[in-house]
Write a protein that binds this ligand. Sequence first.
Ligand SMILES: Nc1ncnc2c1ncn2[C@@H]1O[C@H](COP(=O)(O)OP(=O)(O)OP(=O)(O)O)[C@@H](O)[C@H]1O
Ligand SMILES: [Mg+2]
Length: 475
Amino acid sequence: MCASEHGHGYESNSGGLAGRPTVEPENRFASAQTATFPTSVRTGTADPVTLSEAQVQENMWIEIIRKMESIYAELATVQSEVEAKSNELSQSKEFADNVIHSMANALVVADPAGTITMVNDAAVQLLGYDEQELVGFPLKALFFEAETAVFYRGSPMWRELVERGYVRDRELVCRAKDGSRMPVSFSGSVMRDAKGEAVGVICVAEDLRESKRLLAEAAAAAEAERAKSAELEAAYRELQNLQTHLVQTEKMTSLGRMAAGIAHEINNPLGGIVIYSHLLLEDMPPDDPKRRNLENIVKEATRCGEIVKGLLGFARPQVAAGQLLDPGRVLMDSLSVLNGQALFHNIEVRTDIEPNLPHVPGDAGQIQQAFMNMIFNAADAMEGKGSLVLKAHADTKNEAVKVSISDTGPGIQPENISRLFEPFFTTKPPGRGLGLGLAITYGIIKQHGGTIDVETEVGRGTTFEVRLLCNVTVP
Ligand SMILES: Nc1ncnc2c1ncn2[C@@H]1O[C@H](COP(=O)(O)OP(=O)(O)OP(=O)(O)O)[C@@H](O)[C@H]1O
Ligand SMILES: [Mg+2]
């Protein structure tokens, strides 16, 4: 750009100066004749030379013109330097503007009063306002109520901003023009002038929507994966349970077959022993010294007969078919038979029996026998102290009645659980238990088409639960 274009009033290369006073040679002489000048001037030489007034005047003009030319030349240099600097400055500004506007992150500059003075394109895009709307807007208005607290003077974030001069990567939520929530990572710096006075704050906000979305997606995928593996694990556990159940059923079936075989084989000869020893006893005089031995034979043979009966009860209990029973009532009857015993005196008994329970097909006497075995076991396990809870409820579809017997006894060791229903399994000392109670109970419930389960926790107690079906044919 040349200086004349700027209208600075000079032409730097022409040798002449626009606007300077010009004097034509004829006029110079004409005026020299009339003007009054000193008769001699120093021209820079040692000797004073006498010059005509016209010469003196011309020399003065030449001197003035030279000075002016050198000033103008200097001015022209300064001017071009200024021009270069201003070019440089506008290039830098253009570059800075480009950088600011091409930034992916939103940039908002606010003055010390918190009024927005500048925003970039990313801020406009993020917030949905026009640039003109945002400039002059209060910075706080870009955040939700709860978020603005961090901008209050005295808030931890504000103090940090003032004391450290910046804050970095704070997760905040901006409010867009349409009221939607914009999660951002916020960084702010205090802007200071040359004297160190705060002149505003520069805020940069990174849009976190995409990363939040990806995070949520990853979390959902992980959750789905977890759910799937939990499902698989549950299926695997169910399979394992089924397998254990199958093995248990298989074991109980073969035990039942064996028990039935033995009981059958022993039952007949044992019956003979009992009958013939009774006959001998009847014929024996009361003071016969052998009478005592014979009485012992009868007693032990009768005991054996009870065991055989127990084995048969496990293997093939004799169930009277074609009857209906009220499980709640049978449960209460079972309790009242035992309740009078000394073992029950210090036991707190609670009952929770649903009225009007559906009746189930079965043999009330046999079911009572099964319930009594479990109630007695519970009282025995608690050694006569603790609490016994008896419950009877219909299941949701009224298809079965669930009866449970819970105690606060010592629980059952895990290794014994799978053996509980085996005939002759007992942990009781000889003379206190034969290990037939639960075997018989199992046989009875099975014969009624029902199920029996146990839940136990060592040191906390045990619950036996029997499920009797309403629509079943009892053989
Ligand atoms: N409620 C219970 N709490 C703790 N252990 C129990 C409970 N019920 C049964 N048991 C355990 O199960 C074993 C088998 O019980 P089961 O009734 O079959 O035989 P028993 O009680 O030992 O002898 P029997 O009943 O023939 O007199 C018991 O010896 C005991 O170890
Ligand atoms: Mg028992």
